[in-house]
Design a protein around this ligand. Structure first.
Ligand code: HEM
Length: 173
């Protein structure tokens, strides 16, 4: 996983809990206590997941709660500053989502070695969209959390329902 994801995680923990807690998260996951993630780093996927799981444990919350915090911060604090033009280009979370394959593809040019997820979309009805999450990493729960952050950014009322480990259904209210 690209270091930008873990750089974002580090910001969340340091800003809200301080650098000592972050050092503890790093240490328990096998990283140097003062390790700094750079955006273009390649971090082993297992080490990434280990760090996410240990961070949630140290913060005393469930992994899903931590993913939700990450999803919110990733959209509403981190990406919106770095990649504002994407957020200006689209006018709703649905439109953004439908263009996510293109956005992620552009990321593979900015970040060599990036293997972002890709998505298939199927319109079930006027207000229902079924999305197939495609990634070897199996991080559909992070996808759901980022989607909720995206809905918050655009002030959209959306019900997000996980069907299984591949499919998510969005109902736009
Ligand atoms: C401008 C906004 C965004 C940027 C710049 C961005 C960029 C990235 C990058 C660089 C990665 C790491 C890929 C890798 O290391 O192989 C990634 C992963 C990921 N992104 Fe995005 N992304 C954005 C928006 C979103 C949104 C809105 C969602 C979901 C609705 C999303 C879902 C994911 C997921 C689930 C991963 C984890 C990797 C995986 O599942 O394999 N991203 N993104």
């Amino acid at each position: 996983m690209k270091g930008t994801i873990l750089k974002c995680v580090s910001k969340i923990v340091v800003e809200n809990h301080g650098s000592e807690i972050w050092s503890k998260c790093l240490e328990t996951s096998g990283f140097d206590t003062n390790h700094v993630f750079m955006m273009r780093d390649d971090v082993d996927d297992n080490d990434t997941v280990k760090l996410l799981v240990n961070t949630a444990k140290i913060l005393g919350i469930t992994i899903q709660q931590f993913f939700d915090i990450f999803g919110d911060y990733w959209v509403n604090s981190y990406s919106v500053n770095l990649y504002k033009s994407y957020f200006d280009e689209y006018s709703s979370s649905k439109e953004f989502l439908l263009n996510l394959n293109t956005i992620h593809k552009e990321m593979t040019e900015i970040f060599p070695n990036a293997k972002p997820p890709s998505f298939d979309f199927e319109s079930i009805s006027d207000n229902k969209l079924r999305v197939k999450y495609k990634s070897k990493r199996g991080l559909i729960d992070i996808f759901i959390s980022i989607s909720k952050g995206l809905a918050k950014y655009y002030n959209d009322k959306v019900e997000v329902k996980k069907i299984d480990n591949e499919f998510v259904e969005f109902t736009y209210l």
